[in-house]
Design a protein around this ligand. Structure first.
Ligand code: KG4
Ligand code: ZN
Length: 320
């Protein structure tokens, strides 16, 4: 096996924990490619992600997505120094497809493999978006269809702890469910966001039609309530742990109300708010590649090839 380039490694990241097949390629801190193939449309008619459909879709799209990412990065397989893959948490079958593909690729190329934690990967994405490393400590609020987690990050390669998470539905899931009740399409988050912005016009129209239920009212109040709880808790955590930085991640970060609220509260409390571009917030392979690169650059040894996907991998296990 060739000696690993630890200064600026070219890392290919594979993310398959949910319905997005994400392939990202980084060279050190530089993002070379970030390609997503989503099976979302196949789940739309069920109103939520169907695990078996997601796993099958990953299998079908992985090779093409890898090829597309290599083309976008303008490199060949021979240029890859290491492979990183989401080992968990996530949907068991979906994770298994990605892990098996990553093992095969690493073995075929004779390069090391890093099995990494999906949630920590969301934090790792920020590294690509900014020149400055995260402050120690940083609080990270991750909100997506699959998770609502509040993390305390002291060092991304060695010290991440869970401060709290939702007991049942993740924030994005709650958005999707409320949207379904309001007869809005799946995934519901963007529709709630849009409808809520139309609140004044909608109320007017509903009143004129003599109707008393206002979808816009419900959407607006709902997202206000979600943003309020999430931001209040995140800022409280910053204060409690002396964190001067709050990082947002996950697809729900697209929500305008949540962003506005976070911006306002952070300004008020002297907290530096970091929000990576949305393409790095939603599930993607670049964040996995970025975490892999950070582990390599910190001198971490690669994973043993016999590790398994772990659907409930705790956030404290940054790599397996
Ligand atoms: O991180 P993500 O792309 O995928 C996973 O959950 O794995 O997040 C998707 C979630 C969905 O639940 C979707 O409804 C929500 O993010 N979402 C939003 C908005 N855009 C997407 N929620 C609220 N407001 C939005 N604008
Ligand atoms: Zn995620």
């Amino acid at each position: 096996m060739a000696i690993l380039n630890t200064a600026e490694p070219v890392v290919l990241g594979i993310e398959t924990s949910c319905d997005e097949t994400g392939i990202g390629i980084v060279k050190g801190r530089r993002l070379l490619a970030n390609v997503i193939s989503s099976s979302m449309q196949e789940h739309a008619k069920y109103g939520g992600v169907v695990p078996e459909i997601a796993a099958r879709a990953h299998l079908e799209s992985l090779e093409g997505t890898i090829n597309q990412a290599l083309a976008e990065a303008q490199i060949t397989r021979a240029d890859i120094d290491a492979v990183a893959v989401t080992a968990g948490p996530g949907l068991a079958g979906a994770l298994m497809v990605g892990v098996a593909a990553a093992k095969a690729l690493a073995l075929a190329l004779g390069v090391p493999l890093y099995g990494v934690n999906h949630l920590v990967g969301h934090v790792g994405a920020e590294w690509l978006a900014s020149e400055q490393d995260l402050a120690d400590p940083t609080v990270a609020l991750l909100v997506s269809g699959g998770h609502t987690s509040l993390l305390l990050v002291r060092d991304i390669v060695s010290d991440v702890t869970l401060l709290g998470e939702t007991i049942d539905d993740a924030a994005g899931e709650a958005f999707d469910k409320v949207a379904r009740v309001l007869e809005l399409p799946y995934p519901g988050g963007p529709h709630i966001d849009r409808v809520a912005a139309d609140v004044a016009r909608w109320v007017e129209r509903e009143r004129a039609a003599g109707r008393s239920i206002s979808r816009a009212d419900i959407a607006a109040s709902f997202q206000e309530a979600v943003a309020d709880v999430l931001v209040t808790k995140a800022v409280a955590a910053c204060k409690e742990y002396g964190a001067k930085q709050l990082l947002l991640g996950g697809g729900v970060v697209a929500n305008s109300c949540l962003r506005d609220r976070a911006r306002a509260e952070c300004t008020k409390n002297g907290v530096d708010l970091r929000v990576p571009p949305l393409s790095l917030c939603t599930d993607n392979g670049a964040m996995i590649a970025a975490l892999g690169a950070q582990l390599i650059m910190a001198g971490r040894r690669s994973s043993q090839l016999d590790f398994s996907a772990d659907s409930t991998l705790p956030v404290t296990e940054i790599m397996v």
